[in-house]
Write a new protein. Structure first.
Length: 270
């Protein structure tokens, strides 16, 4: 289904960003984009899209500020705790059982934002399987289109507010306090390869056993979701799992995925 043109002046903005700035936002839902654009425009006291287009043309630093408003990276450690508990109890054992003793287990956190979810997963695996097992068998990849968020994720450094939901035993076990910051476990951190990656442009990883992409698809149009999910299908191994966010439900994608847990939004490759 083709998305109707929301507003000619707004489409001109998107066209400028795509062809002049190399920033393609055309796959995002127009209603979401327009809210984020208007928020940025209010901050710099511009009240229409034509004026903002002129502002973009004369202020080369502005696209970076705009993207910070658009690519809101809201995440947290063990967000939706029941889903992570289900992953540990039901999904991780299935992945282990499907692998030979010397085979690596490949994990992809797509849209990793500032990194809390990929570190949550590594803590979960270390608790279930042991740190040594993880160091020997786990290959972990974390990607995001937002370079600034990716840099924050790589630092693995969080303040007291960001770790507030972490159980105290895990905080003590997997973080080292450095002044006001909490730094994630150095050995487990080295398991992660970080890369900037655009889900709409860049090819997917391959042979992934567990793909985490939570509350990312919801910002894309249906056509863009179809495209991304086809890449996810190609990325997953034959027994691979896809872990989505609570706001995301795959209703019309049975050709790609089979439901493993509706409540926890976990799917297997069909």
């Amino acid at each position: 289904m083709t998305q109707p043109v929301a507003n000619p002046e707004f489409e001109a903005l998107l066209d400028h960003l795509k062809h002049k700035q190399g920033c393609d936002l055309t796959g995002y839902k127009r209603s979401t984009l327009m809210r984020r654009f208007q928020h940025r425009m209010r901050n710099i006291r511009i009240d229409n899209y034509q004026s903002y287009l002129k502002y973009l043309q004369y202020h080369p630093e502005e696209p970076n500020f705009l993207l910070n408003d658009i690519l809101i990276n809201f995440t947290g450690f063990f967000r939706d705790g029941n889903a992570w508990a289900y992953l540990a109890a039901e999904i991780v054992p299935q992945i282990i059982a499907s692998k030979k003793a010397d085979e690596p287990i490949r994990i992809w956190s797509a849209g990793c934002a500032s990194g809390q979810e990929v570190y949550t997963l590594l803590m979960l695996l270390a608790e279930e399987l042991g740190v040594e097992f993880c160091l020997q068998r786990i290959q972990c990849y974390a990607t995001d289109v937002d370079a600034e968020a990716l840099q924050q994720a790589q630092k693995a450094s969080y303040n007291a507010f960001e770790i507030i939901n972490l159980p105290s035993n895990l905080l003590e076990k997997y973080f080292e306090k450095d002044g006001e910051a909490y730094i994630f476990h150095q050995e487990l951190h080295r398991l992660i390869t970080f890369n900037q990656h655009d889900l709409m442009k860049d090819p997917p990883l391959q042979a992934v056993d567990l793909l985490i992409c939570r509350n990312v698809l919801m910002y894309f149009t249906l056509e863009a979701q179809e495209f991304i999910l086809s890449h996810f299908y190609a990325a997953l191994s034959n027994l691979g799992f896809l872990f989505l966010g609570r706001a995301e439900l795959l209703v019309h994608h049975r050709q790609f995925f089979t439901l493993s847990s509706l409540q926890q939004r976990i799917y297997t490759k069909t």
